[in-house]
Design a protein around this ligand. Structure first.
Ligand SMILES: *Cc1c(COP(=O)(O)O)cnc(C)c1O
Length: 499
């Protein structure tokens, strides 16, 4: 890859121009020294920037930078990089404009969506887009994205079909449910479920489950929004079946269980068995609804994570509806999946909110393919990156690490590098408190006044392919578990050439 072309020219521009004070008498003279836009457009750096950003964008950025400089001189403002007051040569002003132009373009570019290297070790990182899709799955999606599909057409009879039919049956086969429907995300699934089934009635929830999941998804808020009346049962750490039963009135519409995904209550705790709760609900003829965010379908014990329940088990224990995300442990696209009793799923699908929360054709296609992988008995670890990453073992680091570290140290003598074992959470509000043994590359400046961990981390985030790590005790950690495809090679090159 060589020296990153984004970083190269700036070093040439970093010499500080001479500091001087602009007297008001001199201001007009200084303004006249501002180079013409056309002149700037002829510089070598601009030619280079044009290759990357195109002529028009560069010209606009140059014009804006010139305007900024003009305003700064007119207002006698302090110019960045000029010291307090500026009185500089035309050459220095050119450099100033070029530096600002480059910064401006780079900042604009950084806002665009781009590939980043996830070196956080968190497989389901919500800020980084949660589950990445497998390459084979994506290649199967291409003809569905570039062409027309039978999204809502029944090919047998030529009549209008449903976008959910393609995978609803397979979701049922996978989870043992009678029926399934899908909306935009799990928050939407909970909202439409409560709106369709419990609006106007009371929904009983344990006090230990009135949680905020992150991204402002709070169970009490969703209840309010859906028009159901939230009734709290038990205490934060202990809720018994009796507490649920005592809260029942003639207005009770449902029991709601919420998977406390991102935190854990440990120690002196109690919650009733799901089967007890479902019996209590069914004997009174209202449903037991479960918000099971992470939604594991396979036994997590295979991956060294203590058993989490699966969607199948929850349904088996009498949950009437289970909702979960498509992009957490299922490893597919963002979606909110509802599986369970046929009459209830039908009632939900008829609700007008469904039209507002419906999934798009891309999600439908990706979900269809993802569910297919589970049913075709293909190897999850080969097809679904989430499982490939969960299955990684870091036993043989000792063999690989020394050569790698030596190379890094030789190229960056001002830094300390080491490889250490770590623990990786799965993330995305799944499996709280449970981690997998991982490994990370650690970086720290050797110099006392060298860059701090935060500064190194900022630099890594602004590389051509941004690297996102985390910081522990003055070290930047780059976790190996979540590196995909050629991430490792790119990261290695960026660390060697651009750190
Ligand atoms: C993640 C999660 C949600 C939110 O799901 P999204 O798909 O992000 O909308 C809701 N409830 C629980 C329990 C969760 O873990």
């Amino acid at each position: 890859m060589g020296k990153s072309h984004k970083e190269q020219p700036i070093s040439r521009l970093c010499q500080e121009p001479k500091k001087a004070k602009i007297s008001s008498a001199n201001r007009n003279e200084q303004l006249r020294k501002i180079p013409k836009i056309d002149k700037i457009m002829e510089t070598e750096l601009v030619k280079e920037l044009e290759k990357q950003y195109g002529h028009e964008r560069v010209r606009t950025a140059v014009r804006e930078s010139v305007e900024l400089l003009r305003q700064e001189i007119s207002g006698s403002k302090a110019l960045e990089g000029f010291g307090k007051w500026a009185e500089a040569s035309s050459v220095a002003y050119t450099e100033y404009i070029l530096r600002n132009t480059k910064k401006k373009l780079f900042r604009e570019e950084q806002k665009r969506m781009q590939r980043v290297i996830n070196a956080t070790g968190v497989i389901l990182h919500t800020n980084l887009g949660r589950a990445p899709l497998g390459e084979r799955l994506v290649s199967e999606l291409v003809p569905l994205m570039t062409g027309y599909t039978n999204l809502e057409l029944n090919l047998e009879d030529g009549k209008r079909g449903s976008r959910y039919d393609h995978f609803a049956e397979n979701l049922c086969r996978l989870t043992g449910a009678e029926a399934a429907i899908v909306v935009n995300n799990n928050a939407a699934a909970v909202l439409v479920m409560l709106t369709a089934l419990a609006s106007g009635g009371e929904t009983i929830v344990s006090r230990g489950e009135l949680v905020e999941i992150g991204g402002k998804f709070r169970i009490p808020d969703v209840c309010r929004q859906s028009g159901t009346i939230l009734v709290e049962a038990g205490t934060t750490n202990r809720t018994y079946l009796q507490d649920y039963e005592n809260a029942v009135t003639e207005n009770t519409a449902a029991f709601l269980k919420v998977h406390t995904s991102n935190y854990q209550i440990t120690g002196f705790t109690h919650e009733p068995e799901l089967s007890e709760l479902s019996e209590a609900a069914h004997s009174r003829e209202f449903p037991l609804l479960v918000d099971f965010g992470s939604g594991s379908i396979v036994d997590m014990a295979e991956y060294g994570i203590q058993p989490e329940k699966t969607v199948q088990e929850l349904l088996g224990k009498g949950a009437d509806i289970v909702t979960f995300s498509g992009d957490k442990l299922l490893g597919g696209p963002q979606a909110g999946i509802l599986v369970g009793r046929k009459d209830l799923i039908e009632k939900i699908s008829r609700h007008p909110l469904m039209r507002a929360l419906r999934i798009d054709k891309y999600t439908a296609a990706a979900l269809d393919k993802t569910v297919g992988i589970y049913l075709d008995d293909r190897k999850l670890e080969e097809e679904i990156p989430v499982y490939e990453m969960m299955g990684r073992k870091f036993g043989n680091l000792e063999i690989y690490a020394p050569a790698f570290l030596k190379k890094l140290t030789r190229c960056n003598p001002e830094y300390d590098f080491m490889i250490t074992s770590t623990r990786n959470p799965i993330g995305g509000g799944t499996t709280p408190g449970k981690t997998l043994p991982g490994a990370a590359l650690l970086i720290k400046s050797k110099k006392k006044n060298g860059p701090s961990a935060q500064e190194i981390s900022n630099r890594l985030r602004q590389m051509e392919v941004p690297i996102i790590g985390h910081i522990v005790d003055d070290w930047v950690y780059l976790e190996l578990r979540t590196l995909l495809s050629d991430d490792f090679e790119i990261m290695e090159k960026e660390l060697i050439y651009d750190l």
